[in-house]
Write a protein of this length. Sequence first.
Length: 225
Amino acid sequence: MTFSIVGRCQSTGQLGVAISSSSIAVAARCPWVLGGAGAVASQNITLPALGSSVLELLGRDGLSAAQALEQALAGDAWREYRQVTVIDGQGRTALFTGKEALGVYHAVEGMHCVAAGNLLASTGVIDAMVRAFETAHGDLGDRLMVAMHAAVAAGGEAGPVHSAGLKIAADVSWPIADLRVDWAEDDPIGQLDALWRAYKPQMNDYLVRALNPTVAPSYGVPGDE
């Protein structure tokens, strides 16, 4: 039903999640990020509250990825239906897949990343994602998208995917990128990649506008000078 990767950029400290699913609007429920604290993908039979709980434990209590995930799952009576991956602000990772996960499932920790999925074409899909992220170059968003394309090339889900999302956090309290394809009959990951390529050159401009409007670049609309 879903495959995803959470990752951290060692040079910038940015944290992010890329995800795709056969279900509608996967990015509305499953990816969670908080600058400096961590990134979480909460999937399978999704409990969105796990994402926010893990981030709170990482940010407020300063727990490691493994500690935060263990504590959050302890409060979920239905945890055996969940699949959750976490990376914290220091690049430490954690993962959990319950015994009631759907279909073929797999999860792999890599260097500053964790990938996981369920209802997969094969376990090799997740292995391919980690290899792709570890060897890719560019911004965090670029590397996360390379991993998503690698998943598709390796077979992806057992059936077609219809939604996808990319969420990235930096050192501010809001995501600096939050891009979604909520439903597509074909190639939502390709559509998400196109959104990312359009947004990437403007991402820092929107950050500057928020932090100091007096030095913000032109909005590029009629009447703006």
